[in-house]
Design a protein around this ligand. Structure first.
Ligand SMILES: C[S@@+](CC[C@H](N)C(=O)[O-])C[C@H]1O[C@@H](n2cnc3c(N)ncnc32)[C@H](O)[C@@H]1O
Length: 324
């Protein structure tokens, strides 16, 4: 499923300025591992963010949740879903669309964000109960959602999140597909193996091979919906904010207390393929480590073509293509 078209009213200069300010905070690596302080000043910040940055995050959720569904993650109608660091609540909205829920709890350190997210959920999913949840101490969520929060937490914040994850039956984290955040997620994954089993995207439950070499990071690219390439709204947003509409890199991790219902594939394709006229080269994750695979046009023209034209649809490749 995709977020509906964002046509209608255009964004103003004031909206773009708000988005730029928020984005420069998110992208500021100089902060190191210190927490990012609260940046939501008012509803207009949240509204501007929701129309552009959250919409793009929503498409990453759609891709991650489609993979979770294929790996047997069950529906959660009637369940209590907690959106931690909810912002405008895009993660919960995409999750409810795909898997259902009974009650959605919106948690954020910002009261304005909790109110906005709750309102959006009620408008988009009127049959689901949505409310703000400030205190997490006694909560044991059926499903915990974490979206683009990890990079904003210091060591204390991450320890709190870890404790919350330990109390949750199912957890889905979707984060930016940057080197820094994806590797932080891979380190977190190692800690979560003590309490949970991996549902997606990993093909194995061993140590994350992306951590063996400092140049690697586990990430994928989501496909934006087609309307993004035809709507004036997105052309304008892309021009003003210098956003490449095609690039939606993300990292994710879905875990359950129980083993996934569907056996993992032999390997998982990472990043983007390198396409030559004769073959498509991809980096894949396998239990012993990351490996190169080559899909040749001569031996598998259909798969080579998919990797060229529609790479997001290719999650794994035949073991016979692995090299080295
Ligand atoms: C980049 S925004 C992402 C918002 C939303 N999850 C999304 O994907 O669009 C990060 C959110 O995490 C919240 N946040 C940061 N640190 C937090 C903490 N320690 N506890 C609760 N919320 C936090 C921020 O207020 C903000 O709303």
């Amino acid at each position: 499923m995709t977020t509906p078209g964002n046509g209608g009213t255009t964004l103003t200069r004031d909206d773009f300025d708000r988005i730029e300010r928020l984005r420069s905070g998110f992208l500021d690596d100089a902060r190191g591992d210190a927490a990012l302080s609260d940046y939501w000043r008012c509803d207009r910040d949240l509204r501007a963010y929701d129309r552009v940055l959250a919409a793009r995050i929503g498409w990453k959720w759609d891709a991650a949740l489609a993979e979770c569904r294929d790996r047997g993650l069950p529906r959660s109608d009637g369940a209590t879903v907690l959106d931690y660091g909810c912002g405008t609540g895009i993660a919960a909205r995409r999750y409810v669309e795909a898997f259902g829920a009974g009650t959605v709890l919106c948690h954020d350190r910002s009261a304005a964000a909790m109110a906005f997210a709750t309102q959006q959920l009620r408008a988009e999913h009127p049959t689901v109960t949505a409310r703000a949840q400030r205190d997490l101490r006694t909560l044991q969520p059926d499903v915990l959602l974490v979206s683009h929060v990890l990079a904003e937490l210091d060591a204390n914040g991450e320890a709190e999140l870890l404790a919350l994850i330990a109390k949750s039956r199912t957890v889905v984290l979707v984060e930016p597909g940057t080197h820094r955040v994806a590797r932080r997620l891979a380190v977190l994954r190692g800690k979560l193996l003590a309490t949970h089993r991996i549902t997606a995207p990993c093909p194995h439950a061993g140590t994350c091979p992306s951590l063996q070499n400092g140049n690697d990071w586990c990430h994928f690219f989501a496909e934006p919906p087609p309307h993004v390439f035809t709507e004036a709204f997105w052309a304008h947003a892309s021009r003003e904010l210098h956003i490449d509409l095609r690039a939606l890199p993300y990292a994710f991790l879905a875990l359950q207390r129980e083993a996934a219902a569907v056996a993992p594939p032999d390997n998982r394709v990472l990043g983007r393929p390198e396409i030559t006229p004769h073959e498509a080269r991809v980096l894949v994750c396998t239990e012993p480590g990351l490996r190169q695979a080559a899909v040749t046009k001569r031996h598998d023209a259909a798969l080579w073509k998919r990797l060229k034209k529609d790479p997001a649809t290719v999650r794994s490749v035949p073991p016979s293509t692995l090299r080295g």
